[in-house]
Design a protein around this ligand. Structure first.
Ligand code: ZN
Length: 301
């Protein structure tokens, strides 16, 4: 390339730089997108419908009714029981640094809110905070969210985007898989619905526990969802995996998720699901099935 540029006399030409924050390039179709258009389209590519990652703050705004968000437990902080450090960096300092950058509340934000006027206990993994990893604070916040849902008989909704358990907390982070799953089972005993929404990526210990235990499991298109990465699985089973393995559409086809829903339809789908659960609690009004009422699977190309 260097030789070709030299002989064509192109090396001397000044490079055209794209001002940061004004343009964005779609990682799937390579279309250059005006950042304001992308934002207006809920961070979905206007050309190929690729779903870009959405910051948690924007996600909360998009899902809950305006003015209804009351956040809980934002002051919970991780301690460092193992005195963990990588090279010279201590885990406590890593948490402090990330908190300064991303905001308090560790990798999960939970609140009471309404969606379409219906009260819910809703929580969002914060992928920006150490890859949305689940340590003791995340586990505790999920458990408390579910306890509030049981106490007030409000549906629980969880949005997952996580790399899995937080290795810096060792076995305490693995324990959160059991803890959140136990809290989830109390929702079932109290007959309180739980909707799980899987975003890109939902992997590791989060995928292997509470995220896959929803009464309804919804995924955004083309999200990576799975426990171990494909390379590890291929090496273990000594077989090549089929194309699209561990993506939302593949999991829908194989019965692991109930719906694949585009971001723009997500809030309306949650509203319809919540209304169906409301009706199903009342035997007089109980008609049809969730499938009749709710399922609306967008065509995939
Ligand atoms: Zn695109």
């Amino acid at each position: 390339m260097a030789w070709w540029s030299r002989t064509q006399g192109l090396a001397e030409q000044p490079k055209k730089s794209v001002p940061k924050g004004i343009w964005n390039k779609c990682e799937r179709c390579s279309t250059t997108l005006y950042e304001a258009d992308l934002e207006a389209n809920l961070r979905v590519c206007t050309s190929c419908q690729h779903h870009f990652r959405m910051p948690t703050e924007g996600r909360i705004e998009m899902i809950v009714d305006a003015g209804s968000w009351q956040e809980h437990d934002r002051d919970l902080e991780s301690c460092d029981p193992l005195g963990f450090r990588v090279d010279s960096k201590r885990y406590v300092d890593q948490v402090k640094g990330t908190t300064r950058k991303v905001g308090p509340g560790d990798a999960y934000r939970a609140g009471t809110a309404t969606i379409g006027g219906l009260p819910v206990e809703v929580g969002f993994f914060v992928f920006e905070f150490m890859g949305g990893s689940m340590g003791s604070v995340v586990g505790e916040k999920i458990a408390r969210q579910f306890e509030r849902a049981v106490a007030h008989k409000r549906a629980a909704i969880m949005f997952s985007a996580s790399g899995g358990a937080r290795m810096q907390e060792g076995v305490l982070s693995l324990m959160q898989m059991a803890k959140t799953s136990a809290a989830r089972s109390r929702l079932r005993e109290a007959r309180v619905p739980y909707i799980s929404v899987l975003l890109h990526p939902t992997t590791g210990g989060v995928a292997a526990s509470v995220a896959m235990l929803g009464d309804i499991i919804i995924a955004e298109p083309d999200a990576l969802i799975g426990f171990a990465g494909p390379r590890v699985i291929e090496q273990t089973i000594r077989q090549q995996l089929p194309p699209g393995f561990q993506r939302s559409e593949f999991l829908l086809e194989h019965g692991m998720v109930d719906m694949v829903v585009s971001r723009k339809d997500l809030k309306a789908t949650l509203e319809r699901s919540l209304r169906w659960f409301e009706r199903s609690r009342d035997p007089e009004r109980r008609t049809g099935t969730v499938a009749d009422d709710v399922v609306e699977i967008p065509a995939t190309d």
